[in-house]
Ligand binder design. Sequence first.
Ligand SMILES: [Zn+2]
Length: 298
Amino acid sequence: MRRAGLLSGLMAVCTAAAAADYSGPLFDAHLHYNDEACTHDTPAPGCPHPMADVLARMQRNGVRAIVANSRPNDGTKALATAREQTRAAGVTVVPFVRLYRNRADYSNWFRDPTIVDMVNTELARGTPAGPYRGLGEFHLYDSANANGPVAKQLMALAEEKDLAVLAHVDDVAIDLLMANTPSKGQKMRLIWAHTGIGGSPVARVDELFARYPKLMGELSYRPGLACADGQLCPEWRALLLKYPDRFLIGSDTWINQRWQYYDELMKGYRTWLGGLPAEVARRIAWDNGARLFGVTSP
Ligand SMILES: [Zn+2]
């Protein structure tokens, strides 16, 4: 009896101390709909996440817009073509051209001229959800490849055509990629996937944000981001408060397991967003992505 009383007393204290989860709209700025998820309309054997499934996951999590990209580009096209279904789910699709037709392209795109041809073909074609708005996600496992001939060409093309890029790279490659744009990175809307998955120090992220006014940080998989109770660690909280207009959230559904845990991923974001001032939470959750791509608020 006494123990139960103590326990409920403690729970009351904890509940009072914890902020409520963020409950507004989410902009998933790093979403893949790859071939192994299955991009068909109807469930089939070996087809774990057909269109209706992924849209249901977005809808029940309050995800109202997505940056869609896929390997190959078919999944993106499927999402961009399913106008009635995405509208019914309340999801705006912002299509990006992926640089990968297959797995082999991950480690060769930056020097393969046929990738440029594919990108130009896709850009010229566009999608039923509107023109492509960006390039990527692309990876550079060796930052020096940011100076590969095709990497240089595509960075220049992205800035000229006012396309964003979604780049999974380290901090060294951010400087190299930015140097390859006509404005030397001053006009480039580069979304830094994971904001440094290798754990670039917060001070270094801060330095890059100060140097490149349109650099954005997407926060999936970011080491050191969340601490006890799923709330932001102090140095990350300080950085997000310093740059409330520069961060985005994303699911990074690069493997089917990420689709399986989509609810938990979004819940995790809602938890730490809830610990921020409401107006900062809203910007990181929704406004920053909506502003980047001109998406109207739900
Ligand atoms: Zn990714």
